[in-house]
Design a binder for this molecule. Structure first.
Ligand code: HEM
Length: 372
């Protein structure tokens, strides 16, 4: 672990590790929107009460955007989960499947729970729900968040079990469907809190493009700009960026010593620097928007910060797994996998899919607003 990631690994292993992290980051972007967005909607559905004269309070613009986009973003999160799943199987087949099998139908429960979450997301988006009583809306909002929270928890639990071979026999003998680990809560909390800055940035971009072009950069109206919801989304981003750093620091102290040492070893240290740099850039990009409202140039700055942060976090996260497993034992198998044909087919479909995704985004961006 004394060479910077990924240079110390043989070519096939380095390729699979980079490919895995590259596609995993895409999954994480959409997953963050879904997880943090569902939490926001759950909170909104609880606290969105009545005004003094008994009418419903207006729905926050952030909640409107989230409701509107939640089913799409959920499909994107699920679809984008497939690619890292494939690379994960090449990289850590034995570890991943053993954890799957040990958690048994608890693991399989992800599927029906995701389907239930999907329906709840559509229900929350429907017009009909507006006429339902507050408690019914709150149940739908909380239910949807609970579904996605369960899926996130399952992934974290599966990950922790997969890298702790010493626990496998006991887990099997106990026939427990829950894997208890002191790392579970801090790790899950970190993933959960870290989802908010990404969600905030994505929603900020959406709010920006929902305003007519001529009004986007105009001066003080509401919340410092024409874009209603600017201040709230900026505060959400800033507060959760700080909380994410605190959670990451706290998690560091409960990790096994080997993981701590790997994070500060030459393998991952430059990437720790990247996360700090990315975080600073994100804060620098958000702060002016507290006063000015959402501005395109600052959103670009935050986006650059987030990308840098993501790259750093992805490698740090992987380095904790590398600290727990002896990856040298897997080199041979990675080399064998690299000999299997299909690289070009994969690349062609990868490019076709990229083009299709770009086209879909363009179509959505250029759509005419619906009359309501
Ligand atoms: C709302 C749905 C989902 C949520 C909230 C979610 C959440 C998460 C979280 C929190 C992690 C990090 C686990 C860790 O490293 O501790 C993760 C990793 C991952 N997720 Fe998802 N996920 C969702 C759906 C999916 C689906 C449907 C797939 C597959 C099709 C998927 C594929 C993956 C993969 C491959 C990883 C990497 C696991 C690893 O490196 O050990 N996810 N997800």
């Amino acid at each position: 672990m004394d060479t910077v990631f990924p240079f110390g690994f043989p070519l096939p292993t380095a390729f699979y590790l980079c490919a895995h992290l590259g596609v995993l980051m895409v999954h994480i972007v959409f997953m963050n929107y879904v997880l943090a967005g569902a939490a926001y909607l759950a909170g909104h559905s609880i606290f969105h009460g009545k005004t003094d004269n008994g009418t419903d309070k207006p729905v926050s613009p952030i909640a409107k955007v989230l409701r509107d986009w939640m089913p799409f973003m959920l499909s994107a999160a699920i679809t984008a989960g497939i690619a890292p799943l494939l690379f994960l199987q090449v990289l850590y087949r034995r570890e991943f499947y053993t954890a799957n099998l040990l958690l048994f139908y608890r693991w399989m429960a992800i599927l029906p729970v995701l389907i239930a979450g999907f329906y709840l997301a559509y229900l929350l988006k429907s017009k009909r729900i507006g006429s339902w009583p507050l408690f019914a809306r709150a149940i739908i909002g909380i239910g949807m968040f609970a579904c996605f929270g369960f899926v996130g928890w399952s992934w974290v639990e599966n990950h922790l079990l997969s890298i702790n071979e010493a626990a496998w026999v006991e887990q099997y003998q106990s026939a427990s469907l829950i894997y208890r680990s002191s790392e579970l809560l801090p790790r899950l909390s970190l993933w959960f809190i870290a989802a908010f800055p990404t969600m905030a940035l994505m929603v900020a971009w959406q709010l920006y493009y929902l305003v007519p072009k001529k009004d986007r950069e105009s001066e003080l109206q509401v919340d410092g700009s024409q874009i209603i919801g600017s201040k709230q989304i900026t505060w959400i981003a800033l507060v959760t960026i700080v909380l994410t750093s605190l959670c990451a620091g706290a998690y560091y102290f409960v990790m096994p010593e080997s993981a701590q040492q790997t994070i500060i070893s030459p393998l991952a240290l430059p990437f720790l620097g990247l996360t700090v740099l990315g975080t600073i850039i994100e804060i620098v990009g958000w702060l002016p928007q507290l006063k000015q409202g959402i501005r395109r140039k600052w959103l670009i700055v935050v986006t650059v910060g987030l990308v840098i942060n993501f790259i750093g976090m992805a490698v740090i996260n992987e380095s904790t797994r590398l600290a727990a497993l002896d990856i040298t034992m897997l080199y041979e198998r990675h080399a064998q996998s690299a000999q299997v044909g299909g690289k070009w087919v994969f690349l062609i479909f990868f490019l076709v899919n990229l083009a299709l995704m770009g086209y879909s985004i363009r179509l959505t961006k250029d759509r005419k607003p619906t009359q309501s």
